[in-house]
Design a protein around this ligand. Structure first.
Ligand SMILES: [Zn+2]
Length: 406
């Protein structure tokens, strides 16, 4: 009679395996002894779990360290060449793909600009498929070695039986984007909101590292947030949590792209900041590159232009109110400011921003709150999207479990 391990034993083995992989992936190489100390598992269990992972090539010995009186101990780490990850940033007027090894070292990038009229899902999918071929050709990485592709999109990604994307500014109304892309690409694909993807990257490898309760605020053309509570990304009932950009800060205020009024995005997203400037200097809004206009606004402010200074001060006040609301709701230890606008204005507005948060938040919610800038730059969403694949790799329910032996 064939012996099979009871279900509970298999689950326990799986849990131990994920705990060890998570420690090595996020904490870097360490000895079996240190793994035992950090997980509380016995040395026997550590050896039983790491053995098959070493055999499968997921782990490798990266060196040795001296031990007191005994043989040198080997140091174990993730094998960066075991598999590769693709991170995709689907932006409002660009698409960027990056290829990483399993240690999240970037090996290649493809970036293409798209016109704002080219926002049909089919256009993005065609660009992603050809970008993937281009990346593989440029780096010599075979598609069979890619563990998965993560995609960060600017809309709400509903996980409600299927994975649908709702992006009102593109008139995407719960489009089955995942099913569409899986018909074109033979890789496991994971899609999430760009702010959530970026939050994972900052939390694991960037400014949120070491904390347990973190909010990563993405300030770009639109605004979003990724909320991490007790070390896990908070998703809500259908993955729509973190739509901070559409919380109201002015009743009956400016119209927002979501169809409502008075959302923080309408005041502190790039078009909102520019609207504040034009209200102050009495000029009409001009079409054109928001990136260049925000760059100029920050430069003008540094050069002493009063309207620019006031526009940024208003932005700091709106964001301060928004962050105080986040502090009152979630009591994070850190709020990390990112996104291209966040990166551009962050340093200039930081002193005002901190003061407004202190004024608007309840003291117990904000007493230990640190506000800081993100560590990943303009490619934070690609890195975050690759982290969506790592999140699956570290979870028990891997879509690509067949690809990962052991
Ligand atoms: Zn809105």
């Amino acid at each position: 009679m064939k012996f099979s391990a009871p279900k509970r034993t298999i689950e326990l083995r799986q849990t131990n395996r994920q705990a060890i992989l998570r420690l090595l992936m996020l904490g870097g190489p360490m000895s079996r002894l240190e793994l035992g100390q950090k997980t509380g598992l016995s040395m026997g269990t550590i050896t039983n779990v790491t053995g098959p992972l070493l055999e499968a090539g997921i782990l490798r010995e990266t060196g040795t360290e001296e031990s007191e009186g005994g043989r040198p101990r080997s140091i174990l780490g993730i094998n960066p060449l075991y598999g590769y990850l693709i991170g995709v940033d689907v932006g409002e007027n660009h698409i960027q793909l990056e290829l990483f090894n399993l240690s999240l070292e970037k090996l290649g990038t493809v970036r293409r600009r798209l016109h704002s009229q080219e926002n049909l899902p089919e256009v993005y999918i065609t660009e992603i498929a050809s970008g993937l071929d281009e990346l593989c050709a440029a780096t010599g990485v075979l598609q069979e070695k890619i563990l998965g592709m993560g995609i960060g999109v600017p809309g709400v990604v509903e996980h409600d039986g299927q994975v649908n994307v709702a992006a009102p500014m593109w008139a995407w109304n719960s489009i089955g984007f995942l099913a569409m892309i899986e018909r074109q690409i033979s890789l496991p694909v994971y899609i999430d909101n760009g702010a959530k993807a970026m939050a994972l990257a900052e939390f694991w490898f960037g400014a949120g590292r070491g904390a347990q309760d973190v909010v990563v605020a993405l300030i770009g053309t639109g605004i979003g947030a990724g909320v991490i509570t007790k070390g896990e990304l908070y998703r809500g009932a259908t993955n729509s949590a973190g739509e901070w950009g559409h919380t109201k800060i002015v009743l009956d205020g400016r119209p927002c792209r979501c169809g409502s009024q008075g959302c923080i995005e309408a005041y502190a997203g790039a078009p909102g900041i520019l609207a504040s400037l034009h209200e102050l200097n009495g000029t009409a809004m001009v079409d054109g590159e928001q990136f260049n206009q925000i760059t100029k606004l920050v430069e003008d402010c540094r050069n002493g232009d009063e309207d620019s200074r006031q526009a940024l001060q208003r932005t700091a006040r709106y964001l301060g109110a928004g962050i105080a609301n986040l502090a009152n709701l979630f009591n994070p230890e850190r709020v990390v400011l990112g996104g291209w606008v966040g990166l551009m204005i962050g340093e200039t507005i930081m002193p005002n921003l901190k003061e407004y948060v202190r004024q608007y938040a309840l003291p117990p919610s904000s007493a230990r709150l640190e506000i800081m800038l993100c560590q990943f730059g303009q490619d934070a969403i690609c890195t975050g999207a690759a982290c969506l694949v790592i999140e699956e790799f570290l979870s028990a329910n891997q879509k690509f479990s067949r690809r990962v032996a052991g």
